[in-house]
Design a protein around this ligand. Structure first.
Ligand SMILES: [Mg+2]
Length: 328
């Protein structure tokens, strides 16, 4: 039997999500599918990343920050490929106890980030979850034909750069888990906020597109992600650990607890851009990054061979208990 009455799911979509589907190709979320046309001369860049309650965020995090995190980790990947966001699909798996207040706050966070990052909704799905909340985002971006920046194309002699600052999020998670570092309220707030809501370097995408020889975003820790980039590029890297950019808050933690340096560079959730730049392009890369208002720091050099080594200020190699964060 069917009738003309809208289902509860249709009402939910109409109220909270249809207003976010501003692209004509989304058809107001009223069709079975949507369509998207990349700008002429461009290829689509595809990415999907999900977050799960209890693993990537805390169940009692504000719903708007959960929406923000789910979107931003995908935006970070697109930026590291030199891509401009075009839109996204969203799948929500929600347990029974999630009420309309939660959903309204979630949609509000989504709305703000969709506006900020100009990345409208094209569709998705909502399903009942017998377990925790899961938010899955599939995101589409565009790059000029053949220009997506890869991980596998770093060359010996290239300089290694990283954006922003490293380790804030891992240390913020440490605070969330009860670490008792002596910090000012502002430092505490800085670290906690970097964990809660990443700041994807979308404004660096064009600089990466034009000047980077290889790039990826730092999501599982600088040390481990650099090792991945070197492995697929078939190269080695030497990093000066004393040049890894740290925020004032992270410096304060590490000054009091030197072991926290390892957490900072292996802990993950940075969502900064790690890239390599050929020596002849370094000056132009720096100028373009400055124009994009994103700090970039040269931390080392790519060489022949394999493996990555971090050296301290005196040149002695550092060793880490683990290279990167893994959920498995
Ligand atoms: Mg990534």
């Amino acid at each position: 039997m069917s009738d003309n009455k809208a289902s509860a799911e249709d009402n939910l979509i109409a109220r909270y999500f249809a207003p976010l589907a501003t692209d004509p190709g989304a058809l107001g979320l009223k069709d079975d599918a949507a369509f998207i046309k990349p700008p002429s001369g461009c290829e689509l860049v595809l990415k999907a990343d999900a977050v799960v309650s209890g693993i990537h965020f805390f169940a009692d995090d504000a719903p708007d920050t959960i929406a923000g995190k789910a979107l931003r980790i995908n935006l970070s990947d697109l930026a590291s490929k030199g891509a401009k966001p075009l839109g996204l699909l969203l799948t929500l798996a929600l347990p029974k106890d999630i009420g309309e207040d939660w959903l309204a706050a979630f949609a509000q966070g989504l709305r703000e980030d969709i506006a900020t990052y100009k990345c409208p909704l094209f569709g998705g799905d909502t399903v009942r979850s017998p377990g925790p909340v899961m938010v899955s985002v599939a995101m589409f971006g565009s790059v000029p034909d053949g220009m997506m920046v890869r991980r596998s194309t770093a060359k010996p002699g290239d300089k290694v750069f990283v954006s922003g600052s490293i380790g804030d999020s891992a240390l913020g998670l440490g605070l969330r888990n009860g670490a008792t570092w002596q910090l000012t309220d502002a430092q505490r707030e800085h670290l906690s906020h970097r964990y809660l809501l990443p700041l994807p370097r979308t404004s660096l995408a064009e600089t990466v597109l034009h000047y980077a020889s290889a790039a990826m975003d730092v999501s599982d820790g600088l040390a481990g992600d650099l090792a991945k980039l070197c492995r697929v590029s078939g190269v080695a890297a030497t990093i000066d650990a004393s040049r890894v950019p740290l925020s004032a808050a992270a410096k304060a933690v590490i000054a009091a607890d030197p072991a926290a340096f390892e957490t900072a560079i292996t802990g993950g959730d940075d969502y900064e851009i790690l890239c390599t730049v050929a020596p002849a392009k370094v000056d132009r890369f720096r100028v373009a990054a400055m124009a994009a208002k994103v700090a970039v720091t040269e931390i080392g050099t790519i060489g022949e061979g394999e493996g990555t080594v971090f050296r301290d200020g005196q040149g002695a190699p550092l060793s880490f208990k683990r290279n990167s964060f893994s959920h498995f």
